[in-house]
Design a protein around this ligand. Structure first.
Ligand SMILES: [Fe+2]
Length: 189
């Protein structure tokens, strides 16, 4: 009987993807290339490492918002459905800023879900649907993780002289997360 989906075993029977001849990976994840940003190499390396942690946690927060956007239910459905999606979009914009800052510093941005899942400090959410209060509590905790590391990064980048990263962390990451926490927290009063 025909099946409507494939199994993991089916997928492993596929041929290797066609690749042009060459080396494939041209920069390892841990490697930070030299740039002409007039920035100390150690400062760039420290920023890339911290930014990748913040990026992994911001991606996880974005995914949490999408999960709750889809799984919203109850008397506040319409309001929460829209609010969760607005915040998810703002987190997506932040993700692009953080990832492109990593690349601009000569690093490699973390990108794929499996790598993000390994790296994130935000606790894993259940596959099942949570009620609205639990969704909001989970999001507030995730924001606190992100804000804790963003504030540490803001202090570190002042010390190392990485002003561009400091600006993104303070003006974009911290301000966006603080505003979203305010909107969420009002539902818990
Ligand atoms: Fe949607």
């Amino acid at each position: 009987m025909a099946r409507s989906t494939i199994t993991r075993d089916d997928a492993t029977q596929l041929k290797e993807p066609v690749r042009p001849s060459g080396t494939g990976v041209v920069q390892g994840f841990e490697h930070v290339q030299r740039t002409t940003l007039a920035l100390d190499a150690a400062a760039a390396l420290a920023s890339v490492e911290s930014l990748n942690q913040l990026l992994a946690d911001t991606m996880t927060l974005r995914d949490l918002y999408k999960k709750h956007h889809w799984q919203a239910a109850g008397p506040t459905f319409y309001m929460m459905h829209l609010l969760f999606d607005k915040h998810a979009q703002e987190q997506s914009d932040l993700i692009d800023l953080l990832a492109e800052r990593i690349q601009a510093l000569g690093g490699v941005a973390i990108a794929m879900a499996a790598d993000v899942a390994e790296a994130t400090l935000i606790p894993r959410a259940p596959k099942g649907r949570e009620d609205t209060a639990a969704q909001i509590a989970r999001l507030l905790h995730a924001h606190e993780v992100v804000l804790l590391e963003a504030r540490a990064m803001a202090r570190d980048t002042v010390t190392t002289g990485d002003d561009g990263t400091n600006d993104i962390i303070v003006s974009d990451a911290i301000r966006t997360n603080e505003r979203q926490v305010w909107f969420l927290a009002q539902h818990m009063r």
